[in-house]
Design a protein. Structure first.
Length: 133
């Protein structure tokens, strides 16, 4: 009876460890988003996380006015080059293409979102030209 109990506990511990590792390292999806970086901040009381917002643009159907679509993302602390590129893009107002990985679960000590940006690429397009030529 003791062997069965110890074996069951061991299997349960291994299963929980496997699930935690899977949730931590596996990606639910990968993709890109393009727009203008409007915010970068370091947030948190004890553990600082790096959070950002990307204005993807958009249009309203009724009056043809521009309505911003904001996408929230996080940057892992060890991605200093990505943070530097995001801050530069925010200062210049350039359109950028952000490469991200979406996790299954949001870990509060890593970021406030499930979307983690790992690469920044400057976009060649200038976005929508709303002026009449």
């Amino acid at each position: 009876m003791k062997k069965f109990l110890y074996g069951s506990v061991a299997v349960l511990i291994v299963l929980v460890a496997f699930i935690l590792l899977f949730i931590s390292y596996a990606n639910y999806s990968e993709g890109t988003r393009a727009g203008i970086v409007v915010k970068i901040s370091k947030r948190g009381y004890l553990i600082k996380t790096i959070e950002g917002q990307l204005n993807e643009g958009g249009m309203a159907a009724k009056d043809q006015s521009v309505v911003p679509t904001i996408w929230n993302f996080s940057v892992k602390r060890n991605k200093e080059e990505v943070l530097k590129q995001l801050e530069e893009a925010q200062l210049t107002g350039e359109r950028v293409k952000l490469y991200y990985k979406e996790k299954y679960y949001r870990f509060p000590w890593i970021g406030d979102t499930k979307y983690y940006v790992y690469k920044v690429e400057k976009s060649n397009s200038q976005g929508l030209n709303l002026q009449n030529e």
